[in-house]
Design a protein around this ligand. Structure first.
Ligand code: NAD
Length: 290
């Protein structure tokens, strides 16, 4: 397939490289001066999109996605798929999908889970929104860049799945960290706490697979001085998107709201920027109740 790939950063770069390695004809564009093995570079987004069977975008936010969509949609060939893998707000995803559909394109919103390691290793999970035809066109590429793709529903459903999942993740990480901090103050050994909770009704992915306590549970960023992993500011981005969506859909999400406020405080005022999102544990440790 002839593929245009726009946004070749930490995630997009290795994803585009994997498509090229699998034998596809990939033309890329990024605002920054980057070069990716096997990927020819165009000098604009429209240049990368022209004549492509599938255009993939992997961009920082919805505002940038909308600007790139305005530029590339008129350059794309009718029947081509427009696959946005960025994490953006649901409203931007739906607006861009409408615009693409009107131009006889096949839009898919397909944010990912799995981070930079997943992008490099081709083991991402894609959660996709769009028509069955659009999903079918993109699916073989998801197979190369990832290990699982779930067709979640119509336009915006992929972004909805992503922010709901990550709202659970943010809330659960905070609950796990505050429980460890309480356990410390009650004199309960962390390993014993893990042994009980990981096999009891308090278990979760954050406890069992990504334990925030160093030296406890499987290897995790806590064992590497809280280097990310999944950075606190990216957690904050996704939590904010969840609250923006909750506002526009009139959904009551009190825990999501508190988690957003806590990560905001952590990232903006408490040196959380650049740390893994599990560094909430040392944050709680330093604090008392007042
Ligand atoms: P990044 O900042 O490394 O990459 C974004 C790239 O887009 C940059 O190279 C930038 O130069 C380019 N860009 C910006 N505006 C552009 C434009 N108008 N035209 C062309 N290129 C443009 O970010 P990333 O970590 O690769 O993340 C990309 C997306 O993936 C984000 O939406 C992020 O939320 C999501 N995501 C990231 C992770 C992660 O662990 N990094 C995990 C899951 C999802």
């Amino acid at each position: 397939m002839k593929i245009g790939f726009i946004g070749l950063g930490n995630m997009g770069g290795p994803m585009a490289a994997n498509l090229a390695k699998a034998g596809h004809d990939v033309t890329g564009f990024d605002m920054a001066d980057v070069s990716i093995e096997g990927v020819a570079m165009a000098d604009s987004g429209a240049g990368a999109a022209t004549g492509a069977d599938v255009v993939i975008t992997m961009l920082p936010n919805g505002q940038i996605l909308r600007a790139v969509a305005d530029e590339i949609i008129p350059a794309m060939t009718a029947g081509a798929a427009f696959v946005d893998c960025s994490t953006v707000d649901v409203d931007s995803a739906r607006t861009v999908a409408d615009q693409a559909t009107q131009a006889s394109l096949l839009p898919v919103d397909a944010p990912v889970s799995g981070g930079i390691g997943g992008a490099a290793g081709g083991t991402l999970t894609f959660m996709a929104g769009g028509s069955a035809d659009a999903f079918a066109k993109a699916d073989p590429l998801f197979d190369i860049m990832g290990q699982k793709a779930v067709h979640c529903g119509d336009a915006g459903a992929g972004q909805a799945a992503k922010i709901c999942n990550n709202m659970i993740l943010g809330v659960t990480m905070i609950a796990t960290c505050e429980a460890f901090s309480l356990a410390d103050k009650l004199g309960l050994d962390r390993q014993k706490m893990f042994d009980v909770v990981s096999t009891s009704s308090g278990y979760s992915w954050t406890m069992n697979a990504y334990c925030p306590a160093p030296g406890v549970g499987p290897q995790s960023p806590a064992d590497n001085d809280y280097q990310p992993g999944f950075a606190s500011e990216l957690m904050l981005k996704d939590l904010r998107l969840s609250q923006q969506a909750a506002d526009s859909a009139d959904a009551d999400t009190p825990m999501g709201q508190v988690a957003t406020a806590l990560y905001e405080q952590f990232v903006e005022n408490e040196n959380g920027l650049g740390t893994d999102f599990s560094a909430m544990l040392p944050r709680f440790e330093k604090r008392g109740r007042g």
